[in-house]
Design a protein. Structure first.
Length: 148
């Protein structure tokens, strides 16, 4: 089995003196590929979460052919294709999904997180071929999604 290298990313958001049009503080955001790099920056940092690595992917920052390790589990870059008007398939989206998890399971997790405002992925684990996602809704309720 071809094992991909694992990478833990570190994230920092540093307040600036700039304000948005709505009066909110604008932050400079940083992603570091090692803890040594994060420490050297002198910024307060944390291990990048699943939400952060997907936010980075939305902005075009990808780590292909690597397994990203987060507090919620291990994730791999997945490209979502759609057919264009000429019949060719093009990349429509790129996001990180749980390593080895079935597509239907990943889609169920993404669907819940997208449509349940304020929900947060707490973790994904695999036990005996069954994947389990624990999600915390904004009201504190925990939701379990299983698949595999």
């Amino acid at each position: 089995m071809n094992q991909l290298p694992e990478l833990t990313l570190y994230y920092a958001a540093v307040a600036t003196d700039r304000l948005s049009d709505r009066g909110n503080t604008i932050y400079d955001e940083y992603i570091y590929e090692s803890e040594l790099e994060a420490v050297a920056s002198s910024n307060n940092y944390e291990i990048a979460t699943w939400a952060i690595i997907n936010m980075a992917a939305d902005c075009g920052h990808y780590y292909p052919n690597k397994v990203l390790c987060t507090p919620q589990g291990k994730f791999i870059l997945t490209e979502i294709y759609e057919e264009d008007m000429s019949g060719e398939y093009i990349v429509n989206d790129s996001l990180y999904r749980a390593l080895g998890a079935p597509v239907a399971f990943s889609e169920a997790v993404e669907y819940h997180l997208f449509w349940t405002k304020g929900s947060e992925l707490m973790g994904i684990v695999e036990e005996a071929g069954v994947y389990k996602a624990v999600i915390k809704n904004a009201n504190g309720e925990k939701v379990i999604i299983r698949g595999g």
